[in-house]
Design a protein around this ligand. Structure first.
Ligand SMILES: [Zn+2]
Length: 422
């Protein structure tokens, strides 16, 4: 944590804890005059601006530090300087707190990001009765919140990647995004084929269909249940040669339009290839891609999967237990981490990583965010209370609060979702 005063005097202080007593600077005339000489001049209260290092620093650049810049909510400022204090927040989101001659130290406490968001969403501003602002303080609409399903998935995903920036760098790359969609869910083309196949199977089973009839809907449900299982879906894995081929297409497209001489071109190719292999290695190291080998048993036709850890000279079928010598044209296959794949399939949450990552990228020097939250009106007795609203994006960027809704495709923004967002 560093303390400095950018306005006139800088008064940096370094502490390593999130709770600390900080010496406050004194105005020149107080600092320079001995108390005994002119007592009434050496008194008073003054305001000190605080520029505080973020302890949960999300800065993506090593040479840019992130500072605490908060929305103009007194409750949030009081988290730092205490409830009894009467802080202000500057237009830029820096905290300003009063100091007096008698109390030249300030107890500063740095809150966790989740506490800041809880205060913004659920705390009512408190003022003494003689403060006019007390008349305008209103109770918050939502009493409490917790991670929504999307929030839990995002939290897990970010842990998998390490942090938001690492996740964003992968998702931002068109090549990896497409591979993840391919391995995690049905691609648009595959989806269309699969839907057509299901429809063509269901139609003859149903015959006449009456959308008003409950019985017909029951019949439809049963038919979908049976037929959907029979539709052949593409297998969600990719071999290393296929992965590389797709990457080469992407690379060639990226390099088109640039003219290189032979030497330069070769160098670029080499760098690109190294970076591709580094990416694959890093994704495997983070367990985002699972490396292994898929093969079909020649005796019982079972499709086996062996992870890299249990591959040796022979491969054993997990059904008929017969062992086979490893093929001379052995190739590695890759699966997408199942947790991530489900997140993509059911929640489309690559879009969420992308959106929050882009907000961080365009941030100047202060960023904090919360995984998506479900908001609840009151502490409900029920074990599974219904949430009153959900927030996909909740962040503070350069001192400004931003909330938003994220969809995988602009087609998913219906009039209803837009009006509910308002
Ligand atoms: Zn077998």
């Amino acid at each position: 944590m560093e303390y400095d005063l950018p306005i006139r005097d800088e008064w940096p202080q370094y502490v390593s804890a999130t709770i600390a007593q900080i010496d406050m600077p004194r105005p020149f005339h107080i600092a320079e005059l001995p108390v005994t000489s002119v007592p009434n001049l050496v008194d008073g209260i003054w305001m000190v601006d605080h520029k505080i290092d973020r302890h949960n620093n999300l800065s993506t650049y090593s040479n840019i530090r992130h500072w605490w810049r908060i929305p103009r909510r007194i409750g949030v400022a009081r988290l730092f300087v205490g409830t009894n204090n009467n802080p202000r927040i500057t237009n830029d989101g820096y905290i300003v707190a009063p100091v007096s001659v008698k109390e030249t130290q300030l107890k500063l406490e740095l809150p966790e990001d989740a506490v800041v968001f809880r205060t913004i969403l659920h705390a009512q501003d408190w003022f003494p009765p003689d403060d006019l602002r007390s008349q305008f303080s209103v109770a918050p609409v939502f009493q409490y919140s917790r991670f929504s399903n999307e929030g839990r998935y995002l939290d897990g995903t970010l842990r998998l990647f390490g942090d938001l920036q690492s996740a964003y760098q992968v998702v931002e790359c068109r090549f990896w995004r497409n591979i993840f969609y391919e391995l995690g869910a049905l691609s648009r083309g595959n989806e269309r084929t699969a839907v057509e196949e299901v429809v063509s199977r269901i139609r003859p089973r149903l015959g006449e269909f009456d959308a008003q009839s409950a019985i017909d809907w029951q019949r439809l449900g049963k038919a979908v249940l049976v037929e959907a299982g029979r539709v052949r879906l593409p297998s969600f894995q990719i071999s290393f040669p296929d992965l590389k081929r797709k990457w080469e297409v992407e690379r060639d497209e990226a390099m088109r339009g640039f003219s290189y001489d032979e030497k330069q071109g070769a160098l670029h190719l080499q760098i690109a290839e190294e970076s591709f292999e580094t990416s694959v290695r890093s994704l495997c190291a983070h367990s985002i891609l699972t490396q292994g080998h898929q093969w079909t048993c020649r005796r019982c036709a079972h499709k086996n999967w062996n992870s890299i850890d249990d591959i040796s000279h022979t491969l054993k079928c997990e059904v008929c237990r017969v062992e086979f010598q490893i093929d001379p044209d052995f190739r590695w296959d890759f699966h997408l981490n199942e947790f991530l794949a489900r997140g993509i399939r059911e929640h489309g949450h690559l879009a969420l990583v992308w959106a929050i990552g882009a907000l961080l990228r365009d941030t100047r020097d202060s960023f904090l965010f919360s995984p998506p939250l479900a908001l609840y009106l009151a502490n409900q007795e029920k074990a599974r209370p219904e949430s009153g609203a959900e927030l996909d994006i909740l962040c503070v960027r350069d001192g400004r609060l931003a909330i938003g809704e994220v969809k995988s495709s602009e087609r998913d923004f219906t009039k209803k979702t837009v009006s509910s967002a308002h």
